[in-house]
Each structure stands twice: as C-alpha cells, then as structure tokens.
Design a binder for this molecule. Structure first.
Ligand code: KIV
Length: 300
C-alpha cells in the first residue's frame, strides 16, 4: 500500500460494525446531488445512499423502474464531488444486476470506480449468484428485503411484506442467506416491527430499517420525506422534521412579492459604481440621434 495525501477519514464498514457492537444506531439518509449530500454529511449521518428513489423524488417517474445506470452514475458523481465523510452507498437500479454476472460486476464496479464504497441491491435467494460474484470482486453489498420497490408489479403496489407466517419465515431465511453470501448489511423495508427485530437478533451483520420498526441496527429515510419536501400526507413510517415544501414555497412567494414591491434587490444586493466612474457617467450626454450612425454603434 502506498502513502496517500491526508484526507478526512471516511466512515468504513468496520466503523459500522463497531457502532453496532457499541450499541449505537447506524443512521443512513438518501442524497441525490452535491447539495443534498453536503447537508446530510454536515448533519452527521453515518451513511449516504444514492437511492434509485431518485426516480420518484427527483426525476418525476411514477416508480423506480425507469431509473438507469446512466442516471445513477450522473447523480453518484455529483454526490462524490461533495466529498462526504459518510459511508457512500450506491443503489443498483432495475435491470443493472439481473442480466448476467458480468454486467452486474461492470455496473457495480463502475459505482466503486466513481467513489461509492458499496452497492445495494433488492431481492432474496434469487440474487445469491450475483451477490457472491460481487463479494468475490471485493464489492461490498447491502441486501434489501421486504418491500422491494423494484418488484412493484409483482407485489401489486407498495404493501407491507411478511405479514403471513410463511412470508415472514421466507424473509428471515433470505436475510440469513444474504448474510452467508457475504452481504455486510441487510436493509429491511416495509416489514412488521417484530419480524425486523427477530431478523436483527438472528443476523450478525447490521440491519437498516425503513418502515421496519425501531429494533433494527440502524434506520434510513428518504431525504425528501425527512425534510417534508413532497406535498401531501407522507406514508405512515415517515416522520418529517421540517415542512420543507411549505417553508420553501413561502420563501419564494416572499421573494416574488419583494420584486413586485421594488424591495428586491436593495442596496445591499446591488453593485455600485466607484465615485470617479459615477462622475464620468453623470457627465455623459445623449448625442443627437442623427450623429449615431449604425456603424458607430456596431464599432463601440
Ligand atoms: O432508493 C431508496 O431510497 C431506497 C430506500 C429504501 C431508502 O432504497
């Protein structure tokens, strides 16, 4: 290993495991560009997820299925440029890990080459060959079980998963299989709190919950949900800590009013001429129109 210049330490996988051993919860938040990543990092989250939820929350799609590798790479690169200290995880979009091991490796490896420290992908036992191939190639993988948004068409909507005994057992078994395949963590979305608690007890790797109750090793929320940036009632599992949508629209309305009232921009928001230049400008008189030839105007 060679010497590298001093850079602030980034959260790494052993740090995440240490947090859990010390009884501290892991906190993960999504971010989609340099601005949102900077805010999340300054607040002190442990992990930033460039989630494929970008499809719904930023790009205006109805679900995450249209999100492509090109879109994810574009936004991951913006997040990387903010140089976060948090562990940086990139979400594998639909069809980026389904076709072949080779394609999966190239897509996930490309995320790492752009600055991600790990990838997340959805699904249980069906995904084991891809997960093993990624882990074999030194790519840290977070699994994602329960309500997996890329399966929206199979699930028939976004519904809590694992409410039936057999489904709960299937999810628990999948979590153990993902751990055995080498996942460094498993995200549990939209599952009953007691199922998530049992899975967390059974696993040695951390679980990160969203709509999965309080007894996971950590929690994740979508940036726009946490800050109330989306109008309307959020889902039950969301707690919005800010009415971002209301506050932002109110701020923009105030700016519109100030412009109309002549109150913006004020002297403090304007550049003024130095005295000497103001005097020169003050002495200049508009010449008679006939003396302003078209050629003079173009030449000046
Ligand atoms: O894409 C996403 O935002 C997610 C959530 C579970 C946080 O996967």
């Amino acid at each position: 290993m060679s010497h590298t210049p001093d850079t602030p330490p980034r959260v790494a996988i052993p740090d995440l495991h240490r947090m859990v051993a010390e009884g501290r919860k892991i906190v993960m938040l999504t971010a989609y560009d340099a601005a949102t990543a900077r805010i999340a990092d300054a607040a002190g989250v442990d992990m930033i997820l460039v989630g494929d939820s970008i499809g719904n929350v930023c790009l205006g799609f109805e679900n995450t299925l249209p999100v492509t590798m090109a879109m994810m790479n574009h936004h991951l690169e913006a997040v990387v440029r903010s140089r976060p200290q948090a562990f940086l995880l990139a979400d594998m979009p639909y069809l980026s890990y389904h076709v072949s091991e080779e394609e999966t490796l190239r897509n996930a490896g490309g995320f790492l080459q752009r600055g991600a420290q790990g990838v997340k992908l959805e699904g249980g036992r069906k995904r084991l060959p891809m997960i093993r191939a990624l882990v074999e190639a030194e790519i840290p993988v977070m699994g994602h079980l329960g309500l997996t948004p890329q399966s929206v068409n199979i699930m028939g909507g976004y519904k809590v998963q694992g409410r039936e005994g057999a489904d709960a057992v299937r999810i628990l078994e999948d979590a153990l299989r993902l751990q055995d395949a080498g996942c460094f963590s498993v995200l549990l979305e939209g599952v009953p709190a007691d199922l998530a608690a049992r899975i967390t007890e059974e696993l040695t790797v951390p679980t990160i919950g969203i709509g999965a109750g309080p007894r996971c090793s950590g929690q994740v929320l979508v940036f726009h949900d946490l800050l109330g940036l989306i109008p309307g009632r959020p889902p039950k599992f969301v707690r919005s800590y800010l009415d971002g949508y209301g506050l932002m629209t109110e701020a923009i309305s105030s700016w519109i009013k100030d412009i109309q009232d002549g109150a913006f921009p004020g002297p403090g928001e304007s550049y003024m001429l130095p005295d000497a230049a103001r005097a020169v400008l003050g002495q200049w008189r508009t010449p008679p129109r006939s003396s302003l030839q078209a050629g003079d105007i173009q030449a000046s």
